[in-house]
Design a protein around this ligand. Structure first.
Ligand code: N01
Length: 582
């Protein structure tokens, strides 16, 4: 694979160096971590496997890749100047523009000088006696640090199912999450796409425009809502920028950390005619906010049936061939798997050169030199796109040998599912912080907001440790156990826990089935983090701290003290743990 590596690293390996903190990864999480560490006077080095900054947006260059959170919200909020100066061109930003934004941030805040590119961290080992981490890389670096900040991403470890005969295939095989940097020209080719998740649903309409034929191998159909993407409305941009901090604060008070019109009323209270009108209105607005049509859609199966019926009717109205339309209609809970957002996805199946192959009952048998075999039939292909997703949430941790106290590895500790306190840290792994780790809202909230809140919290914690002379911090096992229990309990209340999605690790054979992100609502979670900090880091234990009654200073975290939006999250919802997270 060709990498564009403008920042390619030619420096010699480091073997004798020590830092206050090592940051693993230079995506939005790693960049912001570096910025805050520096701002608070900590020395830091980041290691990044890719050739430049951006991670998700560096690797996922497949045709049609874009973010389905509004560009004015899918961006950092820490700098008013940055907010004002950056201009997004579309309602939903395309991958090249998001990558350009990451590059702009790296340059504007002079972050690159502390990042080593093309360097993968292979091991992180805690030394009990010295209370330091030793970080090793695939280039031979071996550095020490008091803290290790894992900015490894939630959807960064590609899932590549090992189909029989793949090595025999004469054509090229691509993964959407590791797309060639020079792009791919499918003109005149017979192309196969495996998978029908977000990446496939974004790329299929564009690949179909180029390819001679397109064959889509579908294991599970997905619900998808039209994006209605458009150039960014200058009047809307002006209105947001007129008071960006207030707009950000409003977003933070919402269940997903981003703002959109939300109707908290239950679906079943409305008449069928009212519901139809409401769904049509939200469909016309499009995107993930479609799930905001009613407040109980992810808690009440009967309510969910009404939106699922509506979405299936839409598919049947678009796709002309009835058999194909039926195959494309999901029969599971609407929004149980991550909702997809598309531009012309279902309509693509009306094109004569596009074919849908059901692999739900008869899986892909094997690849041959000439294509893919399903149920004894060869589908001749020149190129295959694996849009087969990621080992979500824990996959990137699994790639690094992380060894904590007494030789315990994180992989061993997490064998039956990840265990963290607030998704920030794990007992037995002192001074190791996770940015958007399992057990935090992460993928169920606007990612960049989640990242900023986590980094602000952990860097404040590090500064507090400096204030009181503490050597290490880690969660108490009891508090971690209670948090894990709470994360599971909240998940059980949501219909989201009822299907085989990557949220529960079900997309990769052999992974434990546990609902990994925290689904209790972003502002609910943030309030808990604030309370923990205000109470002197309740649930964490500090080693070596001077006895002190000084309450922790709230520095970076101040901006996260925002009230919960009671119009959307009522006290009754909170008590019943039914916070509507779309
Ligand atoms: O991956 P996925 P993705 N044989 O796991 C199928 C974010 N994202 O890369 O459903 C046949 O959703 C699998 O089938 P099944 C977003 O959070 C965001 O598309 O497991 N098929 C599924 O259809 C998203 O949810 C954006 O039965 C196999 C597909 O491959 C997440 O990333 C854009 C198979 C994988 O779908 C992941 O999305 C893109 C096999 N052996 C992604 N193995 C935006 O913001 C897997 N599949 C717009």
């Amino acid at each position: 694979m060709t990498r564009s590596s403008p920042a390619s690293d030619t420096r010699p390996v480091e073997t004798q160096t020590s830092y206050d903190a090592i940051v693993v990864g230079a995506g939005f999480a790693g960049l912001y971590a570096l910025y805050c560490l520096r701002r608070m006077g900590f020395s830091a080095r980041a290691f990044e496997a890719g050739g430049d900054v951006g991670v998700t947006w560096y690797w996922n260059r497949y045709p049609g890749a874009r973010c389905d959170v509004e560009s004015l919200q899918y961006s950092y909020s820490f700098s008013e100047e940055l907010d004002q100066e950056w201009r997004w061109t579309e309602k939903y930003a395309p991958q090249p523009e998001i990558l350009a934004y990451a590059n702009h941030v790296a340059e504007r805040f002079d972050l690159r000088r502390d990042i080593r590119f093309d360097t993968r961290v292979t091991a992180a080992t805690f030394d009990d006696k010295e209370a330091t981490w030793t970080i090793e890389t695939d280039r031979g670096d071996r550095v020490a640090a008091r803290f290790c900040l894992m900015a490894v991403g939630c959807l960064s470890a590609a899932n590549r199912p090992p189909f029989d005969g793949m090595a025999d295939f004469k054509g090229a095989i691509y993964h959407t999450g590791e797309w060639p940097h020079d792009g791919v020209d499918f003109t005149g080719l017979r192309v196969g796409v495996i998978g029908t998740g977000s990446s496939a649903i974004q790329s299929i309409p564009i690949i179909a425009e180029q390819a001679k034929t397109l064959t889509v191998f579908q294991r599970t159909p997905n619900y998808s809502v039209p994006a209605h993407n458009a150039p960014l409305d200058p009047a809307y941009e002006r209105s947001v920028k007129a008071d960006y901090p207030a707009f950000r604060a409003r977003a933070r008070s919402r269940p997903t950390g981003f703002y959109f019109p939300f109707n908290a009323e239950p679906a079943l209270k409305a008449t069928p005619q009212e519901r139809q009108r409401q769904y049509e209105q939200f469909w016309a607005r499009g995107g993930l906010p479609f799930l905001g049509a009613y407040g109980d859609l992810l808690f009440d199966k009967k309510a969910n049936d009404t939106i699922a019926d509506f979405a299936r009717a839409k598919i049947r109205s678009i796709v002309k061939d009835p058999a194909t339309a039926e195959l494309l209609c999901p029969d599971n809970v609407f929004g149980c798997k991550r909702l997809c957002v598309d531009t012309g996805y279902f309509d693509t199946f009306n094109k004569p050169h596009v074919k849908l192959v059901d692999v739900s009952k008869t899986p892909i048998e094997r690849f041959t030199a000439d294509g893919i075999v399903v149920a004894g039939t060869l589908h001749p292909l020149d190129a295959v796109v694996c849009a087969t997703g990621f080992a979500a949430m824990t996959g990137s941790f699994d790639k690094i040998r992380i060894t904590g106290r007494a030789g315990l590895t994180l992989a061993e500790k997490w064998r039956a599912g990840p265990r963290t306190y607030l998704g920030l840290a794990s007992a037995g792994f002192p001074n190791l912080f996770m940015i958007t780790g399992p057990g935090s809202p992460s993928v169920l909230a606007s990612m960049i907001q989640s990242i900023e809140q986590h980094v602000d919290w952990m860097v404040d914690c590090m500064a507090h440790m400096r204030d009181v002379g503490a050597r290490t911090v880690e969660p108490l096992v009891d508090d971690e156990d209670k948090w894990v229990e709470h994360v599971n309990e909240v998940a059980q209340v949501s219909l989201r826990s009822t299907c085989s999605s990557w949220y529960v690790g079900a997309n990769v054979p052999g992974r434990p089935r546990v609902f990994m992100p925290y689904i209790g609502g972003f502002p609910v979670y943030v309030t808990k983090c604030n309370e923990v900090m205000d109470a002197g880091y309740q649930g964490f234990v500090f080693d070596g701290a001077r006895a002190s009654n000084t309450p922790p200073q709230i520095r970076l975290t101040q901006r996260w003290h925002v009230p919960i939006d009671s119009d959307v999250i009522s006290p009754a919802m909170l008590a019943a743990r039914r916070v509507p997270v779309v």
